[in-house]
Each structure stands twice: as structure tokens, then as C-alpha cells.
Design a protein around this ligand. Structure first.
Ligand code: NAP
Length: 488
């Protein structure tokens, strides 16, 4: 098989989540043959895995959609998870992607074998050779359980938020939630009315911005259906708000925006938490925007319900009856929910990726994940990432980010399929220069200056995100700069 000549040119897409489906659509439109390998028995990635009560997207629905599939049917300004999952599956079905997805086929190994080719192995066995591999494996898919002693000794039921156990009836139960991130703050309001009691174990308070989640009326949806231009206008408005103004405020390019956000969060706390002591316990000591901003008009009312309790004394250990805190108190529980987040540096792992000269990417990225402009790595020809290291993370639409990267990667893959090159990979120099520039620029972002720790930091204490404006991200990834690539 050669990479020249379309007939035999094949691409492996790893993952059939939001970015894998979009990658398939772009390649299909470019007339390329591909197979999508998916570990699970369904498509949808994070929206398939996360089914916890209260889950909705904290990015507005009309911004959280593919450019090629605007959706007039969104029920709410921030739509619930099941609807979002159905949207992705619907797009995959309607555009004929679903037939190219190999479900229950987890890629366990991708090995560069020379001549521009990769051998793919899945849990189903050897899948043969591919001319390019695109890892669309998502960012937040590996749940993290906290390193708290005695976890296994708990007599009740416990599970991670992304592996919700729907067999457990919560009615009348004493529930403990560990964590105060986007997940925990969605779960608590959704269950508080049902449970006997809910205790929220908070290590660090969060800044929360209150945004109502209104339904779209039938009339509004009709208007969107009849005049798609109205949806496009709404998209542009939201894109300007989130990806331009908000993003700029995080990277030190809109100080007034950052101050405005901080004011809105403080106001939300003052307006909605009346007990001064509780308000103090819920007040973060770091700058708003440092951690991923939480969007909720429900959390503060919920934590003040008579059966809800904020526990901000550190957890000492977990014991058979519940959680013991450092003050010696035992919080007896029937259920513990670990809303303790994900390992954002797992990327394609646990798969093993072996590049040129037998070098493994897992080994190279053990301590710190360094890529070229978030989409490729030297020594790994014809391997591309969607949502790779230094992708913009934060409160942006991952779908837009992914589409920018997919457009860019499609250009490179086209060069391969048209026979212009057999192999492309970024140079070491360009990758190092990019990462050195990131290191300088990241110092000026609120993620670093804001005085908090978050999942944006890697093991070496480095924030792995896009440290410039969203506009620069789009401009940098508009077209590959071939002088920064080695092509053979
Ligand atoms: P997260 O933001 O990483 O929050 C994890 C929480 O667990 C934090 O409050 C953390 O405390 C706490 N924690 C971790 N280990 C602990 C320990 N040993 N003891 C006590 N507390 C501990 O995780 P997440 O809430 O699942 O959210 C992760 C990301 O998923 C979000 O930032 C967002 O990008 C995405 N998400 C999106 C949506 C959406 O609507 N689109 C919804 C949910 C999640 P510290 O703060 O002290 O570390």
C-alpha cells in the first residue's frame, strides 16, 4: 500500500466522541477513506459516559454545535446531557458516519512501521495498516478517584460521577459528594429534594456565575427552523462573548472583562447566600477565572436547603460508616459520589503509541505532554491530535476548537492522500520554539497569576493550555506552515 493515490489511502480515527465524529465528517467531505475505532458500545464520548443527575452543558447550546449541523431544536439555552448525546448520535447517523464506526474496538497500540504507515491494533486484533492516524480521544475521559485512605472500607455504595450507578435509589439516602467543581455543583441541586441529606465535601470554594437556563419556546424554535440566519446571528453573538471577550480576559488581554467577571461572581454570592458565615466559607481566595468558572443559578439555593450541608473541614479518611474529617467528626453516609474530576493528560492512553525508531509517545509524555501547536509531535509522522496538549481549555466551545484543529489536520492529510508527501511531522525546532513561547506567555494568564491550583496544571506544575487569544488560535491553525514540518 502506498500513500500516493486515493484508492488505497486510509485514515484511522481513534474515538467516536464529539471530535471523532467531526473528524470523520471532514475526511468524508474531502473524499478520503477512514475507519473510526471506538472503545465503547456507543458513540458520544463524554456525553455517553456522563449521565449524572443535573448534567447539562455549561456552554450555550447554540454555541455548542458543529458548524455543519446547526440545531434549531435545542430545548434550552444550556441543554441537558441526554439531548446533547442524541445530537451527536443524530449527526453521526444523518451524515452516514455511524456505518464507519467500529464500536467496542479500543485501539490498544498504534505503531509507525515506516514508509508512512501505521499498524493499528485494537481489542479485536490486528486492524492492518493506515496512512495516517488521528487521535480524537477527548480530554476528560479518565476518571480520578481521590487519594483518600480507607476508600475501599466504606460499607455503603460509592462511585465516580462519570460512572453514575443508576441502580442506586437516592430517595431517603444520606449522600456525600466529594468535590466542588462543575460536576459537583450540578449534582447537588439535582438531588437535594430527593435525598434525606446531602453533604458537600469542599476542599476549595469556587467562583460561580449565575446564568439562567431558559427554555426555547416553540415559536423561537420555529423561527430558527425557518430562518437559519437567526441561529447564525445567535452563534456569532455567543462566539464573540465566550471565545473572544471571555477568552481574552483569561489570557491577560482583557483586564476589564476579568474584573467584570469577578464582580458578577461576588455579586452572585452576596445576592444569593444570606448567612454571612456560610458566605465566607463559600468565598474563594483566588481570582475568578483561575479555575474553570462555574455557571449555575441553582447551586447557592441548593446548598442552603435544610438537608444540605457544606463540610469544609478536610477529609481525614473514609471509614465503614462514612467520611471522617480532620476535626474528628464522622459524617455517616449511605452513598459517596466522587466528583473529583479527571486526568486531562491521559489523552490517547492507555493505548500505546510507538513512533519513529521505536520511541513511545507514552514515555515522551510521561512527565509533560508537549506537542506542536496542539496537533502533532516530532518523531510521530502522520499522527495528529484533536484536542491535544495546549488546545484552548476553559469555558469555550470544545466543538469550535476541535473544528479548527480538524480543518488544519485535514489539510495535512490531504497532502498525504494526494501524494505530495508520504510522511509529514513537525520539526523538533518548531515544536521547541512553540513550547518555549507558550512557557513565556502562560505566565501572564489568570490560570497562573490567579493564585489557584486546577486540573490545567501538569505534574511539573505547568499549565497546559493555549496562552493567547482565541483569535490567535484560529489564525495559527488556519493553514499548516510547511516550513515548520519535515516532509518526505
Ligand atoms: P474538577 O473541576 O477537577 O473538580 C474536582 C473537585 O474535586 C475539586 O473541587 C477538587 O478540589 C475536588 N477534589 C479532588 N481531589 C480531592 C480530595 N482528595 N479531597 C477533596 N476534594 C478533592 O472536576 P469536575 O467537576 O468533574 O469538572 C472537570 C471538568 O469537566 C470541568 O472543569 C469542565 O471542563 C468539565 N465539565 C463540564 C461540564 C459542562 O457542563 N460542560 C460539566 C461538568 C464538568 P480542589 O479544587 O481543591 O482541587
Amino acid at each position: 500500500m502506498t500513500s500516493a493515490g486515493n484508492a488505497s489511502f486510509k485514515v484511522a480515527i481513534v474515538g467516536a466522541g464529539a471530535s471523532g465524529i467531526a473528524t470523520a465528517v471532514y475526511l468524508q467531505r474531502a473524499g478520503m477513506a477512514f475507519t473510526v475505532f471506538e472503545r465503547a458500545a456507543d458513540v458520544g464520548g463524554t456525553w455517553r459516559d456522563n449521565t449524572y443527575p443535573g448534567l447539562s452543558c455549561d456552554i450555550p447550546s447554540h454555541l455548542y454545535r458543529y458548524s455543519f449541523a446547526p440545531n434549531p431544536e435545542w430545548s434550552r439555552e444550556y441543554s441537558p446531557a441526554a439531548e446533547i448525546h442524541a445530537y451527536f448520535r443524530g449527526v453521526a447517523e444523518k451524515l452516514g458516519i455511524i456505518d464507519k464506526v467500529r464500536l467496542s474496538s479500543e485501539v490498544t497500540r498504534a505503531e509507525f512501521v515506516g514508509e508512512g504507515l501505521w499498524r493499528i491494533t485494537t481489542t479485536q486484533g490486528d486492524e492492518g495498516l493506515f496512512n495516517a492516524v488521528i487521535a480524537a480521544t477527548g480530554v476528560l475521559h479518565k476518571p480520578v478517584l481521590p487519594d483518600i485512605g480507607g476508600r475501599d472500607s466504606f460499607c455503603g455504595v460509592s462511585f465516580h460521577s462519570s460512572r453514575w450507578n443508576h441502580d442506586v435509589v437516592l430517595a431517603g439516602k444520606r449522600v456525600g459528594i466529594i468535590g466542588t467543581g462543575s460536576t459537583a455543583t450540578q449534582i447537588l441541586p439535582a438531588i437535594v429534594d430527593e435525598v434525606e441529606s446531602v453533604s458537600l465535601f469542599q476542599r476549595t470554594p469556587q467562583w460561580i456565575i449565575s446564568v439562567p437556563n431558559n427554555e426555547f419556546s416553540e415559536e423561537k424554535k420555529r423561527a430558527f427552523r425557518k430562518e437559519p440566519q437567526k441561529m447564525a446571528e445567535l452563534y456569532d453573538h455567543l462566539n464573540n462573548l465566550f471565545n473572544r471577550r471571555f477568552a481574552a480576559s483569561l489570557v491577560g488581554e482583557n483586564d476589564e472583562g476579568l474584573a467584570e467577571m469577578a464582580r458578577a461572581c461576588r455579586q452572585n454570592l452576596e445576592d444569593n447566600v444570606h448567612d454571612v458565615k456560610l458566605r465566607r466559607r463559600l468565598t474563594p481566595s483566588y481570582q475568578a477565572g483561575c479555575k474553570r468558572l462555574i455557571v449555575s443559578d441553582k447551586f447557592y439555593p441548593a446548598i442552603q436547603r435544610p438537608n444540605a450541608r457544606l463540610v469544609d473541614t478536610r477529609i481525614m479518611r473514609i471509614e465503614p460508616p462514612g467520611i471522617r474529617t480532620n476535626d474528628g467528626l464522622m459524617h455517616e453516609l449511605d452513598v459517596i459520589v466522587y466528583a473529583t474530576g479527571f486526568d486531562p493528560f491521559a489523552f490517547f492512553r492507555p493505548a500505546v503509541i510507538v513512533g519513529r525508531n521505536g520511541v513511545s509517545l507514552n514515555e515522551r509524555w510521561k512527565e509533560s505532554c508537549q506537542a506542536y501547536r496542539s496537533v502533532a509531535a516530532p518523531g510521530f509522522p502522520n499522527l495528529f491530535f484533536i484536542g491535544g496538549p495546549n488546545s484552548p481549555i476553559g469555558n469555550f466551545s470544545f466543538l469550535r476548537t476541535a473544528e479548527v484543529q480538524i480543518g488544519y489536520v485535514t489539510e495535512l492529510v490531504k497532502l498525504l492522500s494526494e501524494g505530495a508527501h508520504r510522511e509529514v511531522e513537525p520539526t523538533e525546532e518548531a515544536t521547541e520554539a512553540f513550547n518555549a513561547e507558550v512557557e513565556q506567555a502562560i505566565k501572564h494568564t489568570v490560570w497562573v497569576t490567579g493564585g489557584c491550583k486546577s486540573w490545567y496544571f501538569d505534574k511539573q506544575g505547568k499549565v497546559v493550555s493555549w496562552p493567547w487569544s482565541y483569535g490567535r488560535f484560529e489564525a495559527d491553525l488556519k493553514q499548516p506552515r510547511m516550513e515548520e514540518f519535515k516532509a518526505a
